[in-house]
Ligand binder design. Sequence first.
Ligand code: GDP
Ligand code: MG
Length: 316
Amino acid sequence: MSMKLVITIPAYNEEKTIGAVIREIPGKIAGVGKAEVLVIDDGSTDSTAEAAMREGAKVMRNITNKGLAFSFARGLEEALGMGADIIVNTDADFQYDQSEIPALVKPILEGRADIVLGSRFKGRIEYMPAQKYWGNKAMSFMVRFLTGLAISDAQTGFRAFSRDAALKVNIFSGYTYTQETILEAWEKGLTIIEVPVTFRKRDGPSRLISSIFVYARRAGFTVFETYLNYKPLKVFLSIGAVLIVAGLALGLRVLVHFLNTGLVEPYLPSAILSSMLVIVGLQVSVIGLAAKMLQRVRVTQERLLYEAKRARLDGK
Ligand SMILES: Nc1nc2c(ncn2[C@@H]2O[C@H](COP(=O)(O)OP(=O)(O)O)[C@@H](O)[C@H]2O)c(=O)[nH]1
Ligand SMILES: [Mg+2]
């Protein structure tokens, strides 16, 4: 069986490097019959699209800048429609080394993984500013902490997906897909592995991250929101339990005093606060139950969406 590989490259104002990235893609990849390049030009104001077309890539364009995650999701869907058996995503800024694509797709070809992440921390980093280095470490720790998966680089843009994994991934964030796809793959029971990759120095400023703080806030919120969807009961019950336990602890003093004297005074403020904490704690817990019930709806809908995507995109 001849496998088809589609390499997706989201790009925003990368006219200087996009050509070199495409040229670096190996002509022959073991186990792959046909490879095509798909560039998602996200409303670039330079000649990124023209440079990509000159190298023979297929180019799709967002008229205006829609964000990396939005473009990545569009690219995945288009690649599925192009009949990809495997999809590799890489960046347009020449930081990843495209000669490492064979190593990235190998575990998928061998049926050992659904998603392969190119880990820069397991590989070689030529240069990464300290803020980014530690930011990447911290975000990867958070993803590890939440999922229990042994992931060293949750922000890598160099990854491979099996067709089935790409069909199952639904991205909600417009800004960053990197952590969200990992959490999602984890929830859906897909197998993720890492292979070491090389990360070169970026020539010119980041297109994605103007400020590390803005990135941390937006990515952090995406991670939180995604996790909340997957583990609603755990999150809401934890918060509810803290409130209830605090309320009960506070109420105990009032109760002891009341049993001894028959009076609530002088603990009236404590009594009010205690009952408020318990009531709010119970409400938060009940919201968790409701969220858990919504989760069933989502899971069922995602199964239907998967079938609909297969009906629309398979065998084209
Ligand atoms: N589609 C799209 N791609 C973007 C956008 N911002 C950055 N990119 C691309 O995403 C990749 C990673 O961005 P980069 O600026 O290298 O981020 P960094 O390496 O994390 O600092 C590059 O290929 C960029 O061209 C965007 O707004 N839309
Ligand atoms: Mg980069």
